[in-house]
Write a protein that binds this ligand. Structure first.
Ligand code: C5P
Length: 406
């Protein structure tokens, strides 16, 4: 199993008081080496075996030993939600017993009760403690909560006895974490399998003559990020892309239809929509087009040139009107003022199930950049406000909302 799965993963290592705590030092080193972000939590008795300094130096993070530290209260809930995996190594008989029964007298346990990520235990104790029915009952209980037990090794024990109860080797623990996270990734990558999603992106160009057009600065980056986020979850993506600078990477589940004008985008979308499960409309469609496009280059004969512009079709509204009960539609709204009011109005008018609002201010343009600050408003009234973040992250949040709408 490639340890690249661990790159960028957030892993908590919970260390409890056992002579095997020294092996947790090697474990943290291996995890950091594989690119993981590691936070170490120790029980007070674990600090008798290995110093917090060893772990804080290796993880480059403060080590938690108590819910209250010099800096104040440690937010165990935040840490529990932060993690992609929580691994107890070594897990003593005492820690296993407490956690199996919800006893929350250490920060280790408080984070355990708050964690939503997979939890794995690598037990370490003497053979008789390991084989004791109470320990085995606790192990079964923890497995019943959906936690994983990394098998103990057999051999020489610190007590001088020999048998089962040795902490698994650090490499084995890394392997177990990698396998677990890879399995979750594989499952996650199938959540939208079989779903077909229509995605519009980029600007439209409305021709004035063979060499000029009316258009806008949309780069298409948000749409390309959304395509990637949808593909990552296993969806088939039909991307209808205006003349954007951003280009999606090729993918077997991605079909791209290149269009230029609003009408071309409209026709492509209308043809696709009946066979789609969902639509996400990110395109910055030109609201108006020149009534006529000259077939030859317009000459600069006069001091002024008057253009008559006529309304373009509203693609999102057209799809919203014929949306079936099993189809989901998400729109975007770029506003300069009174954003929420306008966005809510658009969601209703265009029959969206959710709308992604981004406010366009001189300091925070959504066009062209790599970041965006959005609020997602859902038709059921839920409102999700986000800090400024990369368009890749915004795309993941939008896809998360789409998954929740099914
Ligand atoms: O009305 P407004 O342009 O602000 O609406 C934004 C939403 O409607 C976006 O999701 C956009 O992609 C979509 N839209 C469209 N066709 C238009 C105008 C907007 O699909 N002509």
């Amino acid at each position: 199993m490639a340890t690249s799965t661990l790159n960028g993963r957030r892993i908590i290592v919970g260390v409890s008081g056992s002579i095997a705590a020294y092996k947790a030092v090697l474990l943290v080193r291996l995890l950091v080496k594989a690119g993981a972000e590691v936070r170490v939590i120790m029980t007070p008795s674990a600090t008798e075996f290995v110093s917090t300094l060893t772990f804080s130096t290796l993880s480059k993070q403060e080590v938690l030993t108590s819910v209250i530290s010099e800096e104040g209260w440690n937010n165990h809930v935040e840490l529990g939600l932060w993690a992609d995996a929580y691994v107890f190594a070594p897990a003593t008989a005492n820690t296993l017993a407490k956690l199996a029964n919800g006893i929350c007298d250490t920060v280790l346990a408080a984070v355990y009760l708050s964690a939503r990520c997979p939890v794995m235990f690598a037990p370490a104790m003497d053979v008789d403690m390991w084989l004791h029915p109470s320990t085995q009952a606790n192990i079964q209980r923890l497995e019943g909560y959906g936690n994983d037990i990394i098998p103990v090794g057999e051999g020489e024990l610190a007590s001088g006895l020999s048998g089962a109860g040795r902490l698994a080797e650090p490499e084995t623990i890394v392997e177990a974490i990698t396998t677990k996270l890879a399995a979750i990734d594989a499952e996650d990558g199938k959540i939208l399998a079989g779903e077909r999603v229509l995605l519009t992106a980029g600007p439209t160009h409305e021709p004035l003559d063979p060499v000029r057009f009316i258009g806008n600065h949309s780069s298409g980056k948000m749409g390309v990020a959304l395509a990637a986020a949808l593909l990552q979850k296993g969806a088939h993506v039909e991307l209808v892309l205006g003349p954007a600078s951003a280009k999606p990477a090729e993918h077997s589940n991605l079909t791209v239809t290149h269009v230029r004008t609003a009408w071309e985008m409209h026709d492509a979308c209308v043809a696709l929509w009946p066979s789609m499960d969902a639509g996400i409309m990110t395109a910055a469609v030109a609201d108006y087009r020149p009534e006529t496009a000259a077939d030859k280059k317009i000459k600069k004969d006069g001091d002024a040139l008057s253009l008559t512009l006529v309304k373009n079709p509203d693609i999102a509204a057209t799809l919203g009107k014929v949306k079936k009960s099993n189809q989901r539609l998400i729109g975007f709204a770029l506003e300069t003022n009174d954003g929420k009011m306008y966005a809510l109005g658009k969601m209703k008018r265009k029959n969206f199930d959710a709308i992604v609002l981004n406010l366009h201010t001189p300091e925070a343009t959504a066009f062209g950049g790599d970041t965006n600050q959005v609020t997602i408003l859902k038709a059921d009234g839920e409102e999700l406000a986000f800090e400024r973040m990369s368009k890749v992250k915004v795309a993941q949040e939008v896809v998360g909302v789409l998954i929740g709408l099914r």
